[in-house]
Design a protein around this ligand. Structure first.
Ligand code: BES
Ligand code: MN
Ligand code: ZN
Length: 515
């Protein structure tokens, strides 16, 4: 696994810190405004810092990083000013602004081994949230995947090694707990991104299952792996159909975390683990097909989340179900026209082998419901329709209304936007099959409301009475553009942080309360 950068707390004067670079914040405005946290650095510059930064082109726009040599004014040789946008009404800017600023600064400071963040962390109830945002943003922005380079790149600047966050009191218990949590969450996101970025020839279903099992063992999780024989014996028709075209057989991995104390809530997490999606016989165009190595991002996020839940000792039972298959065209592939008998006994008429995700997920969702969860959350790179409807940054969520609202709110809290979408009944009608119980996709392969068809189909496999949510992350799970904020190229780790936030919240529910 890529080593996440180290986090630390400091409360000594930022102007006197022996680090390679100090980061301060600037708010947009004329004149430029220095953010809180920068006071001692400003004093060291004898009132000329605003003027100097303005000369260098700083405007305080979010994402902007202006660096200058300090020439002995402060101890650190480099000062970086990161834009925080307009001055906030309250004590600190919004969490997402801080998260992005920390990420942008840490990316811009590659080559510096040690960096200190002298950014706004208020000395009140908003302090912990600001600290959490800065620490997470630093780890996420400092991530770089280079697992396949055979030699060091000449002139390449190494990612930042340690980030110290300046806080009012470095020994404060709440601050230390936040930093520890950010370390676990940062490692979880890093692990998820590494798996997504791994080449698909190195992560076919048996290898992916082994890798996940190896990562889960040290966290004390109970791990079960069903191989192709066990899947056949168990009647997992959906997973077997999708996997049958590949020389690498499918798997179903179950990871269970049981908290030490009494269990009051059980959460099932299901993640799509298509290690490569060629489309199968309904093959995809060559252009962009390589990105389908990321079609296991749901499984990666779920596995990473269960491991993190155990590391954080959350007082909630969490079980992950990861159906893994490689969707390939071959003489043994499943075909359009095939009828597949799923794990819950329903028969599905296949129309397009590229709509494989819902088949493996239907089986895994039905299996998850046998363990009687209080909530079921399923995460998948399910449809191109999600990207068309909501773009590359916003995921879609469908299912039980109140759970969808909670997923949405968790996403807002952590900067992983997830938008609720409807499940209209007429979409189900368009999936009536002449020969089987349901069509895999709408008749006539109508592309209208594609994302919703996925949700409607998966609903068939959720047991009566289980609150559920299907999160389609086709767009936000993979970043193909230039780095921005704390996003770098490749797997993003979405929605690990939203899931952990929601688990935290569910853990806080009283028995008999909630919904
Ligand atoms: N894995 C894809 C969805 C996808 C598209 C993920 C773009 C990430 C980025 C999924 O298996 C798929 O191929 N969906 C098809 C379904 C269609 C054939 C019914 C789609 O959405 O086009
Ligand atoms: Mn597909
Ligand atoms: Zn797929």
């Amino acid at each position: 696994m890529t080593k996440p950068l180290k986090l630390a707390l400091v409360d000594t004067d930022p102007a006197e810190l022996k680090v390679d670079a100090v980061v301060i914040g600037v708010h947009s405005g004329t004149p430029l405004l220095l953010a809180s946290g920068a006071e001692s650095v400003t004093a060291a510059f004898d009132g000329r810092l605003t003027e100097t930064l303005t000369l260098l082109g700083a405007t305080g726009t979010p994402g902007e990083v202006v660096k200058l040599a300090t020439l002995g004014t402060i101890t650190a040789p480099v000062l970086a000013a990161v834009g925080l946008g307009p001055e906030p009404a309250g004590a600190a800017p919004p969490a997402e602004t801080l998260r992005r600023a920390a990420g942008a600064a840490v990316r811009a400071l590659a080559g510096c081994a040690t960096v200190a963040l002298a950014l706004p962390v208020p000395d009140d109830d908003d302090g912990p949230a600001a600290l959490r945002a800065l620490a997470e943003g630093a780890v996420l922005g400092g991530y770089r995947f280079d697992g396949y380079k055979t030699k060091p790149q000449p002139g390449r600047r190494e990612p930042v090694g340690t980030v110290s966050v300046h806080v009012p009191d470095a020994r404060d218990r709440a601050a230390r707990a936040e930093l520890a949590r950010a370390g676990v969450v940062g490692a979880a996101v890093t692990r998820c991104r590494d798996w997504v970025n791994t080449a698909p020839n190195d992560l076919r279903p048996p290898a992916f299952a082994d890798t996940v099992a190896a990562a889960a063992a040290p966290a004390g999780l109970d791990v079960q792996v069903l191989d192709e024989k066990a899947l056949r014996a168990g009647g997992y028709g959906g997973i077997l159909a999708v996997g049958q075209g590949s020389a690498a057989p499918p798997r179903l991995v179950r990871l269970a975390y049981t908290p030490p104390g009494p269990v009051t809530r059980r959460v099932a997490l299901v993640g799509k683990g298509i290690t490569f999606d060629s489309g199968g016989l309904s093959i995809k165009p060559a252009q962009g097909m390589w990105e389908m190595k990321s079609d296991m991002a749901g499984a990666a996020a779920v596995a990473s989340t269960v491991i993190a839940a155990a590391e954080l000792k959350l007082p909630v039972a969490v079980t992950g179900y990861l159906p893994m298959a490689e969707n390939m065209p071959s003489g043994t592939s499943y075909r359009p026209g095939d009828v597949v008998t799923m794990y819950n006994g329903k028969r599905v008429e296949v129309l397009n082998t590229d709509a494989e995700g819902r088949l493996v997920l239907g089986d895994a969702i039905a299996r998850a419901c046998e363990d009687n969860p209080d909530y079921l959350l399923e995460v998948s790179t399910l449809t191109g329709g999600q990207v068309v409807a909501l773009g590359k940054r916003v995921a879609g969520v469908m299912g039980s209304e109140s759970l969808c609202q909670r997923v949405h709110q968790a996403g807002e809290a952590v900067g992983e936007p997830i938008w609720p979408m409807p499940l209209p009944e007429e979409v189900r009608t368009s999936m009536d099959s002449d020969v089987a119980d349901i069509l895999q996709i709408s008749a006539g392969m109508d592309r209208a409301g594609h994302m919703l068809q996925g949700g409607i189909f998966l609903r068939e496999f959720v047991a009566e009475g289980v609150p559920w949510a299907h999160i389609d992350i086709a767009g936000p799970s993979y970043h193909s553009g230039e780095p921005t904020g704390y996003l770098t190229k490749g797997g993003t780790g979405v929605p690990v942080r939203a899931l952990l936030h929601l688990l935290d919240e569910i853990a806080g529910e009283d028995r008999g309360g909630g919904q």
